[in-house]
Design a protein around this ligand. Structure first.
Ligand code: SAM
Length: 176
């Protein structure tokens, strides 16, 4: 199981990006997101998506006070902590190690600047290439590498809305 820790959420600036981090987490196979900080609007919009598109029975959304506490707890319980950062080791050079990683995984993504503490306390600092880009892109590619593309076929049993893929146009079915 994989969970995401979104660090340093700033309500004034990060609403959209944090929501997108959560949507990517859900759509690509993670089991939940911990958001460091408080933002009712973001939590509400994620819950709405879960309610309509499915996943509310198992995808957790939690606001937390301290990312550090969560990391410490995670390691104490025997899980693995991975910090996604452009300064880390390129994911492509860690293929063999990643196959052997102990679950559950806590995947950390930052917003602006991530404190040095996380670089030293994560089990791995992994780069999705060593160029600056985005927490949304980094998370998506990491999950795609882990699940090897299978996540693109995920379905949610409790979905109220489901898409019937079309070459052109839009077709959806609604349950309830
Ligand atoms: N300048 C920031 C720093 O010092 O790390 C990065 C800001 S970036 C907009 C926000 C987050 O995106 C980072 O904390 C990291 O989790 C993720 N990110 C950006 N580029 C990445 C890369 N090449 N590999 C992995 N994660 C990346």
């Amino acid at each position: 199981e994989i969970y995401v820790l979104r660090l340093g959420h700033r309500p004034a600036r990060d609403k959209r990006v944090t929501t997108h981090v959560a949507l990517v987490a859900r759509a690509f196979g993670a089991r939940g997101i911990y958001i460091e900080g408080k933002d009712e609007k973001v939590v509400d919009s994620i819950r709405k998506i879960l309610n309509n598109w499915g996943g509310s029975s198992y995808f957790i959304v939690k606001e937390i006070k301290s990312g550090k506490k969560l990391v410490e707890e995670w390691k104490r319980k025997g899980g693995t902590v991975i910090h996604l950062t452009m300064y880390g080791i390129n994911i492509d050079d860690l293929k063999n190690e990643i196959e052997k990683i102990k679950y559950p995984l806590l995947l950390i993504v930052g917003s602006e600047k991530v404190e040095g503490w996380y670089y030293h306390n994560a089990d791995y600092n992994i780069a999705i290439g060593n160029q600056p880009h985005s927490e949304v892109a980094a998370l998506a590619i990491f999950l795609d590498r882990i699940y090897k593309g299978r996540e693109l076929y995920m379905e949610f049993g409790d979905a109220k809305i489901k898409i019937i893929p079309q070459k052109a146009g839009k077709k959806v079915i609604r349950n309830g």
